[in-house]
Write a new protein. Structure first.
Length: 214
């Protein structure tokens, strides 16, 4: 089956749901300095009356940089849609207001979840964090100089069961996180207990300090 006029009936490309119409803004996944790409046009689309040309995975499109380095912004260039990143959809077990263990040696013992990064949210739904997510936290229990201060942290373990790509289900004995900075570097130098593989893949600085990865 052709994809809206691409390649005819015997084309090599399979029919893919097109989720990026002209005008969409997507993340830039390389290290070129661009952060967001604006879809201007899609290559190979014949189109139809009153139908917006759209792109799918593997499609090349004309783009401009909406956010990034000043020398790249507002310039027209080509880009390709790739599948989403390494992170798999994980069950979120730590809503805002949860208190979890701090698994590093920074001096904090308990972390209070204030907000979660990257959550768009929905009406009347509490934002929640899962393994590998960065969140805004405050120290509920620990050294006096750390208590009641707002900082960033990453979830390394959760008690709620979640599914991995290979079909296995896994959970840990406790909910735990570590304190980090904006670059993902740990405040402490060691981690007690295992670190989930999903978190280690996303945060290499945490993986290097982990005693074991499960």
């Amino acid at each position: 089956m052709s994809k809206r006029g691409r390649g005819g009936a015997s084309g090599a490309k399979f029919r893919i749901s097109l989720g990026l119409p002209v005008g969409a803004v997507i993340n830039c996944a390389d290290n070129s300095g661009a952060k967001n790409l604006f879809v201007i046009a899609v290559y190979g689309i014949r189109g139809r009356l009153n139908r917006l040309p759209s792109a799918g995975v593997g499609d090349m499109f004309v783009a401009s940089v909406k956010k990034g380095k000043p020398e790249l912004r507002k310039k027209v260039m080509q880009a390709v849609v790739i599948p989403s990143g390494a992170k798999f959809r994980i069950s979120l077990g730590l809503p805002v207001g949860a208190v979890i263990n701090c698994a590093d040696n920074s001096g904090a013992k308990n972390l209070f979840v204030i907000a979660v990064y990257g959550i768009r949210g929905r009406l009347n739904r509490l934002p929640s964090a899962g393994v590998g997510d960065m969140f805004v936290a405050s120290v509920k229990k620990g050294k006096p100089e750390l208590r009641k201060k707002v900082m960033q942290a990453v979830v390394i373990r959760q008690r709620k069961t979640f599914r991995r790509k290979d079909g296995t289900f896994i959970y840990f004995e406790d909910n735990a996180g570590v304190i980090v900075n904006n670059k993902g570097e740990m405040k402490g130098s060691a981690i007690t207990g295992p670190v989930a593989k999903e978190c280690a893949d996303l945060w290499p600085r945490i993986a290097s300090n982990a005693g074991s990865i499960a």
